[in-house]
Design a protein around this ligand. Structure first.
Ligand code: HEC
Length: 145
């Protein structure tokens, strides 16, 4: 026989016996609420830590090279990543070590980003198709080549 059944029976049998059920609920509820609050607090703390972490990354202007590798999948039809051999466009291995890109500019975060944003000479523009953070990630990846 379960506790509820006992309480219900007691409630039926004795006047005011039903109070037992209510009381048990209150006692049972209080600690559970504390546990929930604790979880919420932990979650909140975790969110703060994550937010602070990503702010630091953004402030340093660093993307995530691993994510950038995935973004680069859209570029591999036309660009090699593992050699400087030409496909549709020039191979991008060692891009940031080059003195000049084909447009005559020295590869920096700004000039490579502009090159990706604007496209041209056979390359599509990515200004609107890639988000800022995708471009950060992409630049971080290109630097590893
Ligand atoms: C449809 C083919 C095509 C796609 C897709 C493409 N590109 Fe290009 N890209 C080119 C061509 C062609 C050039 C060379 C243009 C020139 O001669 O100035 C180029 C040039 C570049 C350059 C300059 C390299 C240099 O040494 O001058 C960079 C950097 C570059 N692309 C990055 C990217 C990235 C990053 C992506 C993906 C987001 C991408 N491209 C997608 C065709 C493409």
């Amino acid at each position: 026989m379960s506790l509820t059944e006992i309480n219900v029976k007691a409630g039926n049998g004795l006047p005011g016996g039903g109070v037992g059920v209510d009381e048990r609920c209150k006692i049972g509820f209080a600690p559970r609420e504390n546990v929930l609050t604790m979880h919420r607090f932990r979650l909140f703390a975790l969110c703060l830590t994550l937010a602070a972490g990503s702010l630091e990354v953004r402030a340093a202007g660093k993307g995530d090279a691993a994510k950038g590798k995935a973004v680069f999948e859209t570029c591999t039809v036309c660009h090699n990543a593992d050699s400087d051999e030409k496909k549709m466009g020039p191979g991008l291995k060692g891009l940031f070590k080059k003195d000049k890109m084909s447009n005559g500019k020295k590869p920096t975060d700004a000039t490579v980003r502009a090159r990706i944003d604007e496209g041209g000479s056979g390359m599509p523009p990515y200004k609107d198709t890639l988000s800022d953070s995708e471009k950060d990630d992409l630049l971080a990846y290109l630097k590893t080549l």
